[in-house]
Design a protein around this ligand. Structure first.
Ligand code: FAD
Length: 290
């Protein structure tokens, strides 16, 4: 049985009635696995920013599990962000994921906040200690980072501004994560850094995401996936095998939990979860770990 830790499932707001139905089924199934919390993205990949609040409320109502909204700040005003925070406080939300986000194509004005650290500072200024705040970290470094150490210094600034912990961009190279955590510790960062896990089910989609966010698909995985593109079952089985192995290595070597990018699908995450024996974690043990 694995040690208790922070286990969370990321969702995105559904785009239509059909995907809302799919999300409802997925969260019911994912909730049975006993995650600590769900999180819901906000305008990720240039998508509309509406829908996060409603999805947070719906998922909490359906599952009873804590749900953390993501909030990004590029292009936002202080008044927009204050209004969003007030709405979440009124709804009883206590946990938030604070991000810079990316400017939609064609938009050039950053708005009131330039970096996620500015958003974290504003959340603390506006809401005190009401929220637990997670921020993003990048084991393979953010594509706009001027230097690896500058990216780590940025993580430290976000934590010094008041963030509680970090969740990472996904990666398939466990050594990148371990080295990153080691470098963070050497630079005085002691917050928990939970690895982000992207199950593999679709090669074209994964290649597109990875090009956009700077996550590397190692050549041996890329070549296998290219080769299996026309055999979905074999590709999914290979993906489950690779990602289960990655998670095992991470947990066996001290990762403080896992944050799954579920893409609103239950099956891949649930299979990896069961492979890892995470269902055996007892509820009291999890409660003690909070
Ligand atoms: P920041 O921490 O502000 O860093 C952005 C870049 O600026 C980095 O390269 C950093 O090194 C650099 N930088 C920071 N401060 C300085 C400084 N003072 N001087 C010079 N350079 C600096 N996006 C969404 O739109 N919606 C979501 O819901 C969402 N969820 C995410 C969840 C997770 C777990 C992760 C890992 C990412 C998520 N993203 C989301 C993507 C994220 O918004 C992008 O990766 C974005 O490009 C950077 O956001 P950040 O919060 O890491 O930015």
């Amino acid at each position: 049985m694995r040690d208790a830790g922070s286990y969370s499932f990321e969702l995105f707001p559904p785009r239509n009635d059909k995907s809302a139905l799919g999300l409802r089924r997925a969260v019911k199934s994912l909730a049975t696995l006993g995650p600590q919390f769900f999180s819901v993205t906000f305008g990720a990949g240039g998508s509309a920013r509406s829908g996060t609040y409603e999805t947070v409320m719906n998922v909490h109502r359906i599952t009873g599990v804590e749900v953390a909204p993501h909030l990004s700040c590029l292009g936002a005003t202080r008044a927009n962000v204050a209004a969003a925070l007030d709405a979440y406080i009124a709804a009883g939300v206590r946990h938030i994921v604070a991000l810079r986000g990316d400017l939609p194509a064609g938009q050039r004005e950053a708005g009131a906040f330039r970096y996620a650290a500015d958003l974290v500072a504003f959340i603390r200024e506006h809401s005190g200690d009401h929220f637990r705040i997670e921020v993003a970290a990048y084991p393979e470094y953010h594509p706009q980072a001027l230097h690896p150490d500058a990216d780590i210094d940025n993580l430290r600034r976000k934590l010094e501004a008041g963030a509680s912990g970090a969740m990472t961009q996904y990666f398939y190279n466990a050594d990148a994560y371990f080295r990153f955590v080691e470098s963070c510790r050497a630079r005085g960062i002691d917050a928990s850094i939970v690895p982000g896990i992207m199950p593999i089910t679709n090669y074209a989609q994964l290649a597109r995401f990875s090009d956009a966010c700077g996550a590397e698909i190692p050549r041996w995985i890329r070549m296998r996936l290219e080769n299996l593109q026309n055999d979905r079952d074999a590709l999914v089985a290979f993906g489950i095998d690779v990602v289960t192995g990655l998670c095992e290595r991470l947990l066996d070597n001290g990762a403080p939990g896992l944050h799954f990018y579920t893409l609103n699908r239950a099956a891949p995450t649930a299979t990896i979860w069961r492979n890892l024996g995470l269902s055996d974690r007892s509820t009291p043990e999890r409660a003690n770990a909070r």
